[in-house]
Design a binder for this molecule. Structure first.
Ligand code: FES
Length: 112
């Protein structure tokens, strides 16, 4: 596991990432493509830009539904963003969340 700094300050992060936007980030190490999400309550979530069902990219048309779950653009499975659990009743692995930390050294992401 390693921490990667995505933004030097929280202000930088908030200036670049709109609330509710699926912000695509490329990393120099696995998982390489990540979605960073700023929620309306001020919290942040991050997860690999690959649906656990058939690996469709959330960045290619994924969206948040009315209850704040991320919906895959391919088969429209939805994933709750605290546990990563699929919520439409499909037999599908959960979507692992990547830890996000905001501190004096900016917004950081913990990757495998
Ligand atoms: S690939 Fe995402 S729901 Fe099928």
């Amino acid at each position: 596991m390693a921490w990667i700094t995505l933004f030097a300050t929280l202000a930088d992060a908030e200036a670049r990432v709109a609330v509710g936007q699926l912000f695509k980030v490329r990393l120099p190490r696995p998982p390489f493509r990540v979605i960073l999400l700023r929620r309306a309550d001020g919290s942040w979530r991050a997860f690999e830009d690959a649906c656990p069902h058939k690996k469709a990219a959330f960045s290619l048309g994924g969206y948040l539904n009315g209850v704040g779950e991320v919906v895959c653009p391919l088969h429209h499975y939805a994933f709750e963003l605290d546990t990563g659990q699929e919520t439409t009743g499909q037999a599908c692995p959960h979507l692992p969340m990547l830890p996000v930390e905001v501190g004096s050294d900016g917004l950081r992401l913990k990757v495998y």
